[in-house]
Design a protein around this ligand. Structure first.
Ligand code: FE
Ligand code: FE
Ligand code: ZN
Length: 297
């Protein structure tokens, strides 16, 4: 079964149940969500009754909890320790988030490694390692894995090269709990030639086993390779292109890995995911896919 889905909305009223419903509406088989607003750390209590209903609905539709991904809020920054209290806050929040993921019965939490904000990559990487080790220590018995996302290298972002991810992962004491999330837009913007994806995977395998990859963010890019911009484009409509993205979605070596769309809404209004998922299933590019939505400005 093709593991395809998108980022979906999580609301405090509907919780995970709303995410499952949105995914079914889009005919996805998996999904990713933030447990609250991505830009803040306000989180509401998990409604256990609704959670049970969500699990039943998942099961009835052959979806697996182990394919569902949580994304940590992007205000967490483990790389910058200029202000100790802010760094400690990021660590505490990430710790809580790991516990929350476990309460949902889920296994994977995607994290942006962080931005060093002038402290330099070496210091930034050390800060990330120290932070991750603290989080893992404080959540010792919790079987939640943190997936470091490959980044575009915007500003002072760390994680724009496989070498940086390798440094971080080498420093993590609990190797069972660290993995990787590939983001195709970010890889392109960071300068990797993913049009030759098989060569990229070879390069990857020289550093890590492919089994470290537990999620792929399958986005096109608005910008050229190496631009360090990080602006996502709809599937097939950007500089990466339909054929490359389809090749990645259907790649035998990544068959078991959930593919998650984080492509932009059309005119900031219409969700593109149902149509994109349908097009991915048909494997034929439709340049007029969003014609109707685009005409409604
Ligand atoms: Fe991300
Ligand atoms: Fe992403
Ligand atoms: Zn991005």
């Amino acid at each position: 079964m093709l593991k395809i889905g998108s980022h979906v909305n999580y609301t405090s009223q509907e919780g995970l149940l709303g995410c499952v419903k949105e995914t079914l509406e889009n005919q996805g088989t998996t999904f990713m969500f933030y447990t609250g607003a991505p830009q803040n750390t306000k989180r509401s209590a998990i409604d256990l009754e609704k959670l049970e209903a969500a699990k039943k609905l998942l099961e009835a539709n052959d979806m697996k909890l182990s394919d569902i991904i949580v994304h940590a809020p992007y205000i967490i920054n483990l790389a910058n320790r200029k202000e100790e209290d802010k760094w400690q806050f990021s660590i505490s929040f990430l710790e809580e988030e790991v516990r929350r993921v476990n309460t949902f019965g889920l296994s994977y939490l995607v994290l942006h490694p962080g931005s060093h904000v002038g402290e330099g990559s070496l210091v930034g990487i050390k800060n990330i390692i120290d932070a991750l080790n603290l989080v893992f220590e404080r959540t010792k018995d919790i079987p939640v894995m943190i997936l470091l996302e490959t980044m575009a290298g915007k500003g002072t972002e760390i994680g724009k090269t496989l070498e940086e991810l390798e440094e971080i992962i080498k420093g993590v004491k609990d190797q069972q709990r660290i993995g990787i999330c590939l983001d195709t837009c970010h890889l392109n913007d960071a300068g990797y030639d993913i049009k030759d994806f098989d060569s990229f995977l070879e390069q990857f395998e020289q550093k890590f086993p492919l089994s470290l990859i537990h999620c792929v963010h399958i986005n096109d890019s608005k910008n050229e390779k190496g631009s360090h911009k990080d602006r996502h484009e709809n599937f097939g409509f950007g500089t990466i292109g339909f054929d490359t993205l389809i090749h990645i979605v259907y790649h035998k070596k990544l068959e078991q890995v959930p593919k998650i769309l984080e492509t932009p809404y059309i005119n900031h209004t219409y969700s593109p995911y149902k149509k994109e998922i349908q097009m991915i299933r048909e494997q034929v590019f439709d340049k007029n896919l969003f014609q109707e939505e685009k005409a409604t400005i």
